[in-house]
Write a new protein. Structure first.
Length: 120
């Protein structure tokens, strides 16, 4: 895996690694293989986008769904990532997402509020 990540990082192109990896990175302090996995990613400048638990049961919480981002040579201060989990009772995994936003692009967007009014 280290050779593949190293090859990706030398290409200088932005890259995401995303998936239901089933490696619980919240256990990297107690599991040597998990610690090595996280170390390989961070050494090659792949930064985690999701840091909250993504798998849940009534008694446990795990971080097994991963989103890692490598900005490449286009590491711009004008780009930000916004990530999170979507609360859902449909499955034992929380769907997660990452949005790439640009500070340069200004749009005339609708406000992020719901406007309630009475019918007439």
């Amino acid at each position: 895996m280290d050779a593949i990540l190293s090859n990706l990082s030398t290409q200088k192109s932005p890259c995401f690694i995303v998936g239901d990896i089933n490696i619980d990175i919240s256990k990297c302090n107690v599991n040597k293989d998990t610690a090595e996995y996280v170390e390989n990613l961070t050494i090659n400048n792949f930064m985690p986008s999701i840091m909250m638990p993504t798998g849940k049961t009534p008694f446990t919480a795990t971080l097994i769904d991963h989103i890692y981002y490598y900005p490449g040579s286009h590491n711009s201060k004008n780009i930000t990532l916004k990530s999170g989990n979507i609360l859902s009772d449909v499955t034992d995994h929380l769907p997660n997402y990452t949005l790439i936003t640009s500070k340069k692009v200004k749009c005339e967007c609708r406000p992020y509020v719901r406007i309630f009014f009475s019918k007439k």
